[in-house]
Design a protein around this ligand. Sequence first.
Ligand code: ADE
Length: 230
Amino acid sequence: MIGIIGAMDEEVTALKEAMDVRETVERAGMNFVKGTLGSKEVTVVRSGIGKVNAGICAQILVSEFQAEVLINTGIAGSLDARIDIGDMVISTDALYHDMDATAFGYPLGEVPRMDLLAFPADERLVKQAVEANAEANPDIHTFTGRVVSGDQFVASDEVKEKILKNFGGLCTEMEGAAIAHAAYLNKVSCVIIRAISDKADGSASEDYPAFEKKAIEHSVRLVKTLAARI
Ligand code: ADE
């Protein structure tokens, strides 16, 4: 089964509409919508915003609903001048930009005692996502690389530059690394697919609502095409 997580209603509504829904099961205040998308068994769920909601949601998908693949879809702020509003980002790995145990000698961003800085996406899934995107969104620029997550809506040049200097990364959002972390611990495959809604700068809070709808359309189209290929 493929588990598909979006943080917000807007991100999962279109997917639910495209599904043949069999049943909806509530756990931890989240509605897990089970059924088929195309011919594929999927469970679509709105996790809520932030890393803890996302981590809990991913774990439930694996433990209770036997998800073997986790796809995180939604929107993000661009960290890279080449990546514009409406473009797509497909993750190769994801890390926490707000994890700091440097006082104990750990690299900034690394969860202590885990021996890795960034949680990898599944290589095959990334390849399938890139191919699916070429079919679903042929006119949209697509980038493949690092996603950085934190419990912070990034909306200033100062914070954006700091994140970039510390980690690089193509885009920033608030859930992806937690889902990739859960996938890593549970040994299931994972990819994060984000459409850019803003540039994580001083205009982010204005751009975000204006471009949110378009950005969501792009990521939903890709997820539908990708599910069929998995
Ligand atoms: N999601 C969309 N835009 C974002 C931003 N600028 N920061 C964090 N999460 C986001």
